[in-house]
Design a binder for this molecule. Structure first.
Ligand SMILES: NC(=O)c1ccc[n+]([C@@H]2O[C@H](COP(=O)([O-])OP(=O)(O)OC[C@H]3O[C@@H](n4cnc5c(N)ncnc54)[C@H](OP(=O)(O)O)[C@@H]3O)[C@@H](O)[C@H]2O)c1
Length: 256
């Protein structure tokens, strides 16, 4: 049996390596958010439901020199969500940043012609998926000294915008009942998590990346995914005096 040795050498305090999980990070704004977080020296976990796409994205981002790894994660599958939490716990013991980015769009139909099933399908990913992932990751986030949760929302979820007949969002939203209301629900979810977790120092915000060219909108947006990622990265790395319980774009707060 070996005798345990006691080191008398003072240890140098080091900043613990931060770990971030970005859901739906194999492409689009999620991938660019992951790229930027990795460039800041954060270990980034690419959550993706397709292993091939997830591994390819992680490999692409590792080529920039960061620590980027693939984690299998289908946000609509509770078993997959639990397994991802267990993997992260086994590898890192905690999580510092969660970016709930994965989402799907809805087909275009007038509200009066949209069946409930269309909302259920979109809500599975955009609403219930966020709650499932957040619920599973919170025990790990609570072990972080400064946990941050960023929910990728949209100005199309702002009820104030939708209610203003003069706003461009009011006309864009007229055929997107499932998507818009999924983001409105996500905004309310953000506020309720923020209210509960404020006392623990966990900051929770919703962000609007702006209209970016991605597969979600058949590349119709004028902004790049990298531009859209910037506000998510700002909130994911906000200091302890950063905001919580807000919806914001890079230009500042957006009305609910
Ligand atoms: N683009 C815009 O103009 C815009 C504007 C406002 C808000 N947003 C928001 O920004 C976020 C990113 O959107 P994007 O434009 O980058 O879209 P995107 O290119 O279509 O990317 C969406 C990502 O979500 C993933 N995903 C979908 N369902 C999933 C599931 N069940 N489990 C895990 N991952 C899943 C997709 O994976 P697969 O490759 O496997 O499908 C993909 O990686 C979304 O929350 C979106 O609502 C986008």
């Amino acid at each position: 049996m070996t005798t345990p040795t006691t080191s008398t050498t003072p240890t140098t305090p080091t900043t613990p390596q931060k770990t971030a999980l970005v859901t739906g990070a194999n492409k689009g704004i999620g991938k660019e958010t992951a790229r930027r977080l990795a460039a800041l020296g954060i270990t980034v976990l690419i959550g993706a439901r397709d292993a091939e796409r997830g591994r390819a994205a992680a490999e692409e981002l590792r080529a920039d020199g960061g620590d980027v790894r693939f984690v299998p994660l289908d946000v609509t599958d509770e078993i997959s969500v639990r397994a991802a939490a267990e993997r992260i716990e086994a590898a890192f013991g905690r999580l510092d940043i969660l970016v709930n980015n994965a989402a799907i769009a809805s087909g275009q139909q007038k509200p009066s012609e949209t069946p409930a099933a269309a909302l259920r399908q979109v809500y599975e990913t955009n609403v219930f998926g966020v709650v499932a992932v957040t619920h599973a990751m919170l025990p790990l986030l609570r072990r972080s000294a400064a946990a941050r949760i960023v929910n990728m929302s949209s100005e199309l979820g702002s009820v104030s915008h939708l209610a203003d007949p003069g706003s461009p969002w009011s006309s864009y939203s007229s055929a997107l009942l499932p998507y818009c209301t999924s983001k409105s629900a996500l905004n309310a979810i953000t506020v309720l998590y923020a209210n509960e977790l404020r006392a623990e120092g966990i900051l929770v915000n919703a962000v609007s990346p702006g209209y970016c060219a991605t597969d979600l909108n058949r590349h119709s947006g004028p902004r790049t995914p990298a531009e859209g990622a910037a506000v998510a990265v700002d909130l994911a790395t906000a200091g302890e005096d950063g905001p919580t319980g807000t919806l914001r774009s890079e230009d500042g707060p957006i009305p609910w």
